[in-house]
Design a protein around this ligand. Structure first.
Ligand code: DCP
Ligand code: MG
Ligand code: MN
Length: 346
């Protein structure tokens, strides 16, 4: 069941989980070794929940999922205070460079390794590479700015700006910022805007028009195509796209501020409550409630709550969602207490 998470659980063993967490991320982001990364991830997740401070690695033997190699690492941290392997790996310029490349928006560990092997050593030099994807090209171009955290006040200003522009252009349009901002964070990694239209049908084709308006207003600087249509085309394509859900990913900027990562999603009003839960997150809460829904015979997504029947090859999921107007209704249907947005930081 979901528990209230207002008080973050205390990790009594952060001196142990810290180095293991770093190993986890290095295996994931640098070596693209999911399997080893998972070994560390599992250990971190178990150890950070221990209700006591660990003084003897042998005590871990009773915990399922923590193997001998991890226990050896814990012994080493307990006796020396650090991990030789971690220090060695972090000091390696190759590791540092691959990690830097993999931190760029649109570049994964495999491509980061490839760019290193091709001789690249600086992020900006990657612009010369013809194999760079459109996303990565944006990630590289705005790299220095988009690594910066965004103060919540600036996100609030961006929300006001976007609301004013889109509501003025298309009456009945509703835009709000979700993600970590709605969960109350003091700083955010990006700006997640969720849009719907209150009449229930004018959302169709809305996103591309909104993106163009925000581009003309100088707010949107760059971005990926919207539903296959490029932002650079001067006229709106006559082939009106009718996709029900639209996603824009790009870069925005308020006057005298750094460039920021912007996500915009447009959903039909009927899906809004489900989309709001999904896009508010966090991702861990989303996984928990999706799993909970499954146990209760439903399938929950960003688009609805669907009844599912049968198991295995006989499994059937209804095509029509159970109607819910609000987040409260969705949690109620799932038999879960309603968590306030600030209680969704898992
Ligand atoms: N989301 C998810 N699973 C993913 C990615 C996103 O469930 N793989 C959902 C939950 C997130 C929300 O979308 O909270 C927004 O995604 P972000 O990546 O923008 O994450 P946050 O806004 O939560 O944090 P940040 O401050 O890093 O942007
Ligand atoms: Mg976000
Ligand atoms: Mn986002």
């Amino acid at each position: 069941n979901l528990q209230n998470n207002t008080d973050p659980p205390l990790n009594l063993n952060s001196h142990l989980t810290g180095p293991l967490l770093e190993m986890w991320h290095i295996y994931e982001d640098v070596f693209a070794d999911e399997w080893r990364a998972f070994t560390y991830k599992k250990a971190v997740n178990k150890i950070e929940k221990l209700p006591f401070k660990l003084n003897n690695a042998e005590e871990l033997k009773v915990i399922e999922g923590i193997g001998g190699s991890i226990i050896d690492k814990i012994k080493e941290i307990l006796s020396t205070g650090t991990l030789k392997k971690l220090r060695h790996v972090k000091a390696d310029p190759k590791v540092q460079t691959i990690r830097l490349f993999a931190s760029v928006w649109g570049i994964g560990p495999k491509q980061a390794q490839k760019f290193y092997a091709a001789g690249y050593r600086n992020v900006k030099d990657l612009l010369q590479d013809s194999s760079l994807t459109r996303t990565a090209r944006i990630g590289v171009t705005y790299f220095e700015d988009i690594v910066l955290r965004i103060p919540r006040e600036e996100v609030a200003d961006a929300e006001k700006f976007v609301q004013a522009v889109v509501e003025d252009a298309y009456a009945g349009t509703c835009a709000r910022v979700t993600g970590s901002f709605r969960r109350g964070h003091a700083t955010c990694g990006d700006i997640d805007v969720l849009v719907t239209h209150l009449d229930g049908y004018s959302h169709a084709g809305l996103l591309l028009r909104l993106v163009r308006i925000l581009k003309n207003a100088g707010f949107i600087l760059d971005g990926l195509n919207v539903n296959g249509q490029s932002l650079e085309e001067n006229q709106v394509n006559s082939k009106e796209y009718q996709d029900e859900v639209g996603t824009f990913m790009g870069i925005c900027q308020l006057p005298h501020k750094p460039c920021r990562r912007l996500d915009i999603k447009v959903y039909p009003k009927a899906m809004y409550a489900f989309a709001l839960i999904y896009f508010t997150g966090n991702d861990v809460l989303n996984r928990k409630i999706r799993y909970h829904a499954q146990m209760k015979g439903y399938k929950l997504s960003d688009r609805g709550l669907f009844l599912s029947t049968g198991k295995g090859s006989k499994a059937r999921t209804s095509e029509v969602s159970i109607p819910c107007e609000t987040e409260e209704e969705v949690f109620h249907k799932l038999g879960l207490p309603y968590p306030e947005p600030h209680e969704r930081n898992w």
